[in-house]
Design a protein around this ligand. Structure first.
Ligand code: GDP
Length: 444
């Protein structure tokens, strides 16, 4: 599996900068670089000032086992677009291959320097913009729940050995492993898997933003509020791909807490089938969300809000399990009803009250976030793999209680082991690797 060619790429962001780094990795990284340098050798892990052809004065560093686990050379040049490209071109003309996205990290995985979940954490670390995202990525990079997974695998292997013992002596009609004992072991492993899976909701919310549905009647000012929140210069705004047709999603962070705001079609009674679909989606968004931001038009009767809460509750939105913030919008209008109990008063138009709303949002979520464990699940691939492992384990339990022959039960056990193994990459496929590393930038 070890690659035998040498790859090269510009590892700093595309564009002009103070410096740029061209990186080479592979068996020929050192001799290939030296053919262009004004020095005859590079000391290991020492910076050497030299010339690269007649292109630039640079600093070169050679790592016998670099980030990729292979011989690696990093060439720091002046950050001119011309210089970066000319150096890269010279190396490619000389036999290096242009690296594909994430190929350096892929090589780090193939050489055993990183396991698969650590390689994924590198991408998360690069993408992190808030302290919480950073903390989660670093903890996953340092191992995260790898220890828990290792223990789970060991428990499954022990279970397999116990079953195999039964298999080996099955001809002699002796039952070695007490099946109720095996059953207890299965339950214990399943519980641990599910405890880990339960951390995903919060982990994912921290990584991608806490899902916040903006709900309210048409014209209450939902879109205006979303825009006002996003336009606030305290917020870092980033677009999210894959928004549905009539719900708009945007993330923004205030004081390190990221919210994923989902603007929905207005709640009201309608016979129009298209609008009806929009409302169904709004309710679905509310079901999924951790936070409901209910926007009420303060010039309308208060009873609207009460009716709408009831509609949500009737449609399966468990309001007791969610944070809900009631916002009375349009308080700039003279006919607005003021001082509604429990409502935060804002004018999306004039920007009043937004500061108070944001502070409430951050204060409540900050408390939840600071109470979280750093080894929480943030990766949907891992979440799915644990789910599949648990399904296999449930089959094991069915087999054990139904006195199914041990060799058949062992098949399900191996299935569970397989799914756990996909998380850290003990078992993997080209397709999975392609998906993971394709998301990286070139040069990483
Ligand atoms: P949505 O249907 O709930 O998304 O409502 P919109 O955000 O599209 O707003 C509906 C109408 O209310 C628009 O004409 C807005 O300009 C107006 N509007 C929204 N917020 C305010 C506000 O705070 N004050 C005033 N006076 N008008 C507002």
């Amino acid at each position: 599996m070890r690659p035998n060619d040498t790859i090269a790429a510009i590892s700093t962001p595309r564009g002009v900068g103070g410096i740029a780094v061209v990186r080479l990795s592979g068996p020929d990284a050192l001799p290939l670089s030296l053919r262009h340098l004004s020095v005859s050798g590079l000391e290991e892990r020492k910076a050497t000032y030299c010339q690269f052809d007649d292109i630039d004065d640079i600093v070169a560093v050679f790592y016998p086992k670099g980030y990729t686990g292979e011989p690696t050379v990093e060439l720091s040049c002046h950050g001119s677009l011309y210089v970066q490209q000319a150096m890269l071109q010279a190396l490619v003309d000389d036999g290096a291959r242009l690296a594909e996205p994430g190929e350096f990290t892929r090589r780090a995985f193939l050489s055993g320097r990183l396991n698969l979940s650590q390689a994924e954490a590198v991408a998360d670390l690069i993408d992190s913009v808030t302290p919480a995202q950073h903390r989660l990525a670093v903890s996953q990079l340092r191992g995260g729940y790898a220890q828990t997974l290792k223990e789970l695998r060991q428990q499954l292997l022990d279970l397999t050995s116990l079953l195999e013992l039964e298999l080996d002596f099955s001809q002699e009609d002796v039952e070695f492993a007490d099946r109720s004992h095996l059953m207890c072991l299965v339950e214990e492993i399943s519980l641990r898997i599910n405890n880990l899976r339960d951390t995903f909701r919060m982990g994912n919310a921290l990584k991608r933003g806490i899902p916040t549905a903006i709900i309210g009647r048409p014209n209450a000012g939902k879109s205006s509020l979303l825009n006002a929140l996003l336009a606030d210069d305290r917020a870092i705004v980033s677009p999210i791909a894959g928004t549905t047709r009539d719900t708009v999603e945007e993330t923004f962070s205030i004081d390190g807490v990221t919210f994923r705001l989902i603007d929905t079609a207005g709640l009201h009674h309608t016979d129009d089938p298209l609008e009806h679909m929009g409302i169904k989606r709004a309710i679905a968004a509310a079901v999924q969300a951790d936070i409901i931001l209910y926007v009420h038009d303060a010039t309308r009767p208060w009873a609207d809000a009460i009716d709408d809460m009831q509609t949500l509750q009737d449609n399966g939105v468990d309001l007791n399990k969610k944070h809900k913030w009631l916002v009375a919008n349009k308080i700039d209008l003279p006919e607005a009803n003021r001082h509604l109990p429990g409502f935060i008063e804002v004018s999306s138009k004039e920007g009043t009250g937004l500061e108070e709303l944001q502070q409430t949002m951050v204060k409540v979520m900050d408390k939840e976030i600071s109470s979280v464990d750093e080894t929480m699940l943030t990766n949907v691939r891992h979440y799915d793999a644990l789910g599949k492992a648990d399904i296999a384990l449930r089959q094991v339990a069915v087999g054990l209680s139904g006195n199914i022959p041990a060799d058949l039960v062992a098949v399900d056990l191996r299935d569970a082991l397989y799914h756990l193994g996909t998380i850290t990459g003990e078992v993997t496929s080209e397709e999975v690797l392609g998906n993971i590393f394709g998301r990286f930038c070139i040069g990483k």
